[in-house]
Write a protein that binds this ligand. Sequence first.
Ligand code: SF4
Ligand code: SF4
Length: 110
Amino acid sequence: MKKDAWEKLCSGCGLCCHEKVITENLLLIDTSSACEFYDSESRLCTVYDRRFEKCPRCLKMTLFRAMFADYLPPTCGYVRWARAHHIRLCREKECVLENGILSFVDDSSH
Ligand code: SF4
Ligand code: SF4
């Protein structure tokens, strides 16, 4: 896949730019706690072209991560792509913490 097409798989939800807790069978994303370079209004990275230099925690999206990374939510465009190609391993439950409210992600379509 060409770089442009790969980048377009991102739906821009910004969930991967927030703090997460990962356990054996649960991914918890805290939407009240974002990376310092994340703009919550635009849902964009303010240092996108230099993100790996500015933020050591920032991880490049690769095919391998789309397939296996346990910090990505099921709604992520890369996860959806990997699942559509039957190459995704997933945990039992995934949920999002938003304004103190915990909700499980409905992923019944996959
Ligand atoms: S530096 Fe990385 S983790 Fe931080 S906002 Fe930008 S893309 Fe997201
Ligand atoms: S979780 Fe996936 S779709 Fe959402 S911003 Fe991150 S890479 Fe893009």
